[in-house]
Write a protein that binds this ligand. Structure first.
Ligand code: SAH
Length: 394
């Protein structure tokens, strides 16, 4: 197989030689022939030495690198990548675990597969393409995934309607490429969840908070818990299992609250400790009393682009200030940001400002991040996005 060649401007191969997996459009000197969006291309330096091979796309990131070796991207390539990814999840103890069948199998650049996300929910894999190239290769990936996960994954749901550049006009639709089971209950560390991969956010569930939810369980005993931005209730069930006195789950989406109530029934049928409210976070925080001594704040990304950074930081400060103002003495606050453009330092500063406004004594107990099944490729620090702090408020 011979791929079309892209030649870089002099010196523009430096970041690739340090294994950074993107080629920006400004680094390209010339393209041999006409390249179709999503096509696999070979990248050469200005001195005509082979550098990498990846998916071509129209836009500021022109190539997403699949390999730094001169090789063919075929079934054996996809299988090798998926096998490495699966072995990593087994090493982490999240795959092939009798009490856990929910994990991220492929996390884009973190698994050397830029533009691809695959989450596993029991027998169903939900696959998401974020690049045109991964969309073009979806059938090859499905074939390789079926082979690597033979006996484990029976259904593959493709969910790329909203994650692909709409300008590419690929006519993509969400739907099963393989199988089609309506069984949608998955298990995370022994707790059960309905996963709404047909209509839910992301691939249907926020897999990335698993370890942080697990940590929360150990803080819950005897506490009154507020799970703000609860989505389908993730943190709430861990709090209940951990022995919380009461758990209130809040989200502005009525659909999310519906699912939260269904999930409570799955795990703790008829348990009077739990209540869920479809309400705006700021309104709820303004109107609530001071009954909570364990509060979770896990808002959606306040900044999706660098330009929105300043407003986003103000948003985090405002939100957290309300929690500091009302949390009971001796309370614990789990607070998060999933905005990639907000750095760890930015986030900590925003929380520092909020704490100072309240005048309370605040201690950092844990500094949290994304779990190992959302790995950060050391050559691609941009892959780090989830930040969290566990705080003790005197
Ligand atoms: N903690 C969740 C994930 C949270 S995702 C988990 O562990 O699964 C963010 C959630 O915030 C979404 O469900 C979204 O509906 C909700 N949301 C967004 N804006 C909101 C607002 N102003 N008030 C309350 N909830 C909001």
């Amino acid at each position: 197989m011979v791929y079309k060649k892209i030649f870089l401007k002099p010196g523009k191969e430096e970041s690739l030689k340090r294994f950074h997996p993107w080629v920006f459009s400004g680094a390209i000197a010339r393209i041999e022939g006409e390249c179709e969006e999503g096509e696999i291309v070979d990248i050469y330096s200005s001195k005509k030495e082979f550098i990498a091979c990846g998916h071509f796309q129209v836009g500021s990131i022109a190539v997403r690198v699949l390999t730094f070796n001169q090789e063919v991207i075929d079934n054996s390539f996809w299988k090798r990548r998926l096998e490495v990814a699966y072995d990593l999840r087994k090493a982490l103890g999240v795959a092939e675990n009798p009490i856990n069948n929910t994990y991220r199998l492929v996390h884009g650049e973190g698994d050397n597969l830029p533009g691809l996300v695959i989450d596993i929910y029991g027998k169903t894999a939900v696959m998401q393409a974020h690049s045109v190239g991964m969309h073009e290769n979806r059938m090859d990936i499905v074939e390789a995934l079926s082979e690597v996960m033979d006996g484990i994954v029976e259904n593959i749901y493709y969910k790329s309607e909203t994650t692909l550049p709409f300008k590419a006009e690929l006519g993509q639709e969400n739907g099963f490429i393989k199988g089609g089971s309506s069984e949608n209950v998955a298990m995370e560390y022994g707790l059960k969840f309905h996963v709404d991969w047909l209509k839910g956010q992301k691939t249907g569930f926020f897999v990335d908070q698993r370890e942080n939810r697990h940590l929360l369980e150990h803080f819950a005993k005897g506490r009154s818990v507020l799970n703000m931005f609860c989505y389908t209730g993730g943190f709430s069930f861990y709090a209940m299992r951990g022995g919380a006195k009461l758990v209130h789950s809040v989200d502005s989406s009525a659909k999310a609250i519906d699912l939260t109530n269904q999930n409570v029934e799955l795990n703790f049928p008829g348990d009077p400790r739990h209540k869920a409210f479809a309400e705006d976070a700021f309104k709820y925080l303004d109107q609530m009393g001071d009954q909570y001594d364990l509060i979770i704040l896990d808002p959606p990304a306040f900044a999706k682009h660098k330009d929105a950074l300043r407003n986003a930081l103000r948003g985090y400060t405002k939100l957290n200030a309300k929690a500091f103002e009302k949390i009971k003495p001796g309370g614990i606050l789990f607070t998060f940001s999933c905005s990639q453009v907000v750095s760890k330092e930015n986030f900590r500063n925003a929380i520092f400002t909020a704490a100072a406004q309240s005048g309370r004594s605040v201690k950092i107990l844990h500094q949290l991040t994304q779990p190992g099944d959302h790995p950060v490729n050391i050559y691609h620090p941009e892959g780090e996005y989830l930040k969290g702090l566990v705080l003790y408020v005197e």
